[in-house]
Design a protein around this ligand. Structure first.
Ligand code: 9WO
Length: 248
């Protein structure tokens, strides 16, 4: 079982991740366990205070050390040793497929989602949290970023994606953008499904899908192609795509 612990102020943004779709089914099947702790549960004052004004002045509030470290410590007791511990932050390491695979290979995962102006820096130091960003923008909090990481990592865990859900994706299409998908009706508003997909020639369909995955990647994310060694077949299919697109 892959154990995930999340510290945040808003469980209502995290819990739904464990109730729906691929992650929900993985939790039901006991492949993934998702636990949440709020720093509010680790406050000692009457008002259950979790934040305070920043030293040095400035706008907003900062999440305080003791409640956050209390929540982190409580989750660490439920997580395997050597679990990765991340704080979701716009200034962090970019989250991508490689990092998702690294996290999926760990024994467990602790995610800390901040709010307001952020966490007291000593939390990050004392808990040796790795800062991770899902993109160059500022959100209202780290919870939605945590949900993204949970979903991307859970899909990579053994047994989570069934054969049909993985769509029999050929592993060699990994690292490429997806190919076009179609479903019924065969013709709608004068637009027909490509005839190759209507037949039963599986190798012809595979080649068509690979060609369009390569072509789309070339158009929209050429950087992904640069990072990839193309097979002879892939080079030939991409050349064919570019010829048809008039950009050879
Ligand atoms: C709040 C704020 C208020 C007034 C002026 C500037 C301000 N900056 C912030 C801010 O950055 N708050 C962060 C909210 C504190 C940490 C949690 N939050 C967060 C995480 N926003 N965006 C992310 C995030 C996480 C992962 N990947 C991209 C963005």
């Amino acid at each position: 079982m892959y154990r995930i612990g999340v510290v945040s102020l808003f469980a209502e943004l995290i819990d739904p991740v464990a109730r729906h779709g691929v992650v929900g089914r993985a939790c039901e099947r006991g492949l993934v366990e998702l636990r949440h702790e709020s720093p509010r549960a680790f406050t000692t004052d009457r008002h259950r205070t979790v934040d305070d004004r920043p030293y040095g002045g400035g706008p907003g509030m900062v999440l305080s050390y003791e409640p956050m470290c209390g929540a982190i410590g409580a989750l660490r007791t439920c997580l395997p040793k050597d679990s990765r511990a991340l704080v979701l932050s716009a200034r962090g390491r970019s989250f991508n497929g490689a990092l998702a695979r690294e996290l999926a290979a760990a024994p467990g995962l602790l995610l800390v989602a901040g709010r307001y102006e952020g966490l007291d820096e000593r939390i990050i130091e004392a808990e040796a949290l790795e800062e991770v960003s899902i993109g160059d923008y500022v959100l209202s909090g780290g919870e939605l970023a945590a949900a993204v990481v949970i979903d991307a990592v859970a899909r990579l865990l053994p047994g989570v994606l069934g054969h049909e859900e993985s769509g029999e994706r050929d592993s060699h299409m990994d690292g490429l953008l997806g190919y076009p998908q179609y479903t019924r009706p065969e013709v709608v508003d004068g637009m027909a499904v490509p005839e190759v997909l209507l037949g039963g020639d599986h190798d012809r369909i595979r080649r068509w899908r690979l060609k369009h995955a390569l072509g789309r990647t070339w158009r929209k994310r050429p950087d992904l192609l640069e990072a990839r060694v193309l097979s002879d077949e892939e080079r030939e299919l991409l050349a064919e795509y570019r010829l048809e697109a008039g950009s050879a």
